[in-house]
Design a protein around this ligand. Sequence first.
Ligand code: GAL
Length: 499
Amino acid sequence: MIVISTTIAKYVLGGYFMVSKVVAYIAIAVIITAIVVGVAVYYLVPRPAPPAAPPPAKPPAKPAPPAKELIIYHWWTAGGEREAIDAVFKIFKEKIPGVKISENPIAGGAGAVMKPVIWQLLAAGTPPDTFQVHAGGELKEYVDAGYLEPVDDVWSELGLEKVIPGTLQAMCKFGGHYYAVPINVHRSNVLWYNPTVFKKLGIIEKFGDPRTWDLETLLKVCKYIKENAPKVLGKTVYPIAVATRHKWPLTHLFEVLLALHGGPEIYVKFWTGKFKYKDPKDPVWKAVRDVLRAIGIMAKEGYFNPDHPELTWDQAAAKVMKGECAMYIHGDWVAGYYMAVKAKYGEEWSAAPFPKKIFVCLSDCFNLPKKAPHRDIAIEWLRVVGSKEAQEKFNVIKGSIPARVDVKPKYPDPYRPETAEDWVKSTLVPSAVHGGLSKEAFVTAMHDILTYMISSIEMGTDVDKAVDYAVTQIAVAIERTGLVDFWKGYTIDYFITKR
Ligand code: GAL
């Protein structure tokens, strides 16, 4: 082969170069040889067969029939609330066997973290089968947006109108239809306290029953605890527990103090924006300023536990139980938490409605989104939620009372019988922080305004300056969030059950 190639090379180059240019001949000969050998190998050596062509595509399979599944969202992850919802799941599984419960518990308390997730799912057209919602304004927002189906049939099938009080019926009904089934009633205005700390410091002897305290007395009690705990108990006890990791427990404190100090009308006017908010002389502003100032003093004087930015609502409750803080102004899911962690009533915790004469109420419900993937199963779930059995089991654990007045559980704690009695005797107003009364965007703005206010005071800002700034911000938030239009056509009286 090389000889033939060399001859060809000589022939090709012969006219231009001398035969003596042996090196060039050899190089060209090597190239020609390589080409010839390559061509021969390509054609003569057997090669693997090309891969077989893919089989023709099958026609797409028919969509599987919907599984027996309940896709549910809730935010009950803390002690007490977790166990309470588990009790309802158990009843549901017994009643409707074979259903897979796809649970999506989103921690954060009060739905602060869950609600934005739900709005996204609904906006994307991928709703769950049901989700936790508060009766009142929060429910109305989903109804206004057209995301929910009425559940009138469940109400009439279970005869709920006969057993659920009118105030709560109104909070579930919009445009003549019911849109949710309530499972409970919680009280937002409760003062939880450590009875051992209280006894040792003689708080009740000195200041009277907390059920009757006013805002000024509360501040005096705080001062007294701060000054005397080190002498009497040999340690610092922070007078008021608060948790600002998810911000809302601070707004909760504000809500209760406004009901305490302003009374039901001012409270409702503020949270619905039904006052002259552009006029600084409006009496609502006077009450709001007093409350902001009181909270400002608590921040300035070190009445709050300094670790509040890291804590969730239940961790703040734990501080009272351990005697690190003396009091906590919070809702009665705290009773559920104390029972779950087996805290000793009368030693580690006690509670007083605050104030006794007003009941700031809220109710947890479940609903039926349009296009729920397992609609029939969601309806079964609502039947269970509204049933006597579920309301009894759930509420005993949860710290709340049943939405149905025909369910009268035996409570393991001395706190609840008083709540059940007050529910039918006290003046009722809905909680704003827990979805009853205001508009979500405004409540969220309040979380930010209040958290900013106390952290700036804790860093040295003058209380009055911080309060002035907060008031300006609140007025802007009322305007910006469209609060005033949210309850158009509703009167103040609609929100107050006077007794
Ligand atoms: C409330 C809810 C209660 C309780 C609390 C803390 O908004 O209504 O049931 O769970 O949040 O998570």
